[in-house]
Design a protein around this ligand. Structure first.
Ligand code: PGA
Length: 253
């Protein structure tokens, strides 16, 4: 059985107080609803990690993730945060290769491959993001385009290593735009990515890798997207900033 994961990506939002309030509400609702089969991952900005982790406490099923990590191991890299530091704070997941990092910070497949290795070497599960632009979708080359992102950044990993990776398919044209991929479009791409993983690592390994959908997922469209056989959860931006909306998505699973 693949893990079901609902991950919230706070991006560069939330002051200390806002983050504390949001986390408490999510943790309390998660406990009250007695949710057991969905792992929730909160990915706040770096300074929130320790206090968020404290609020989560021993709540099993809720974990903390980071939104990025350095490709370097340690040392004189002012402003960077290593996977080792994250791990020492109890972080379990790290988003790598979000389209905003690719676009605004010029992170390419090669650099992302190094970040993935750093994460894995320090016991973190990378949530590896991939997805195509609107231009590529309209040209009809989205499938080879996204498959290549996996090949180029992940296919040097061993089967054991890739088994710790979570994939997030996030069509760029759907991120923060209110425009979601249809459930069928998501399923089609997720199935294609799983076949691609299977061709390299075998069916059993591929069948155990969670593939999340991201891009304007909200309480209204989550149930349909999450009902698809190859959609194993969501990576949620905007709708993860409101506890009720985020919980509705978790519940609709
Ligand atoms: P969105 O963001 O839900 O606001 O579209 C998703 C993401 O960027 O991970």
């Amino acid at each position: 059985m693949r893990k079901k994961i609902i991950a919230g990506n706070w991006k560069m939002n939330m002051t200390f107080e806002e983050g504390q309030k949001l986390t408490s509400e999510i943790v309390n609702m998660y406990k009250d609803e007695n949710i057991q089969d969905v792992t929730v991952v909160l990915n706040p900005p770096f300074p929130h990690i320790h206090p968020v982790k404290k609020l989560i406490g021993e709540t099993s099923g809720v974990a903390v993730g980071a939104q990025n990590c350095s490709d370097k191991e340690s040392g004189a890299y002012t402003g960077e945060v290593s996977a080792k530091i994250l791990s020492s704070f109890g972080v379990e997941y790290v988003i790598i290769g979000h389209s905003e990092r690719r676009e605004y910070f010029k992170e390419d497949n090669e650099l992302l491959a190094v970040k993935v290795k750093q994460a894995l070497a320090n016991g973190l599960s990378p949530i590896f993001c991939c997805g195509e632009s609107l231009e590529i979708r309209e040209a009809g080359t989205h499938e080879p385009n996204v498959k290549f992102q996996l090949t180029d950044s992940l296919f040097d990993l061993t089967a054991e290593e890739i088994s710790k990776v979570v994939i997030a398919y996030e069509p760029i044209w759907a991120i923060g735009t209110g425009k979601t991929a249809t459930a069928d479009q998501a399923q089609e791409m997720h199935a294609a990515l799983r076949r691609h993983l299977g061709n390299k690592y075998g069916k059993e390994v591929a069948n155990n890798i969670p593939i999340l959908y991201g891009g304007s997922m909200n309480a209204g469209n989550a149930a349909e997207l999450l009902s698809k056989p190859d959609v194993d959860g969501g990576l949620i931006g905007g709708a993860s900033l409101k506890s009720r909306d985020f919980l509705e998505i978790i519940k609709s699973y």
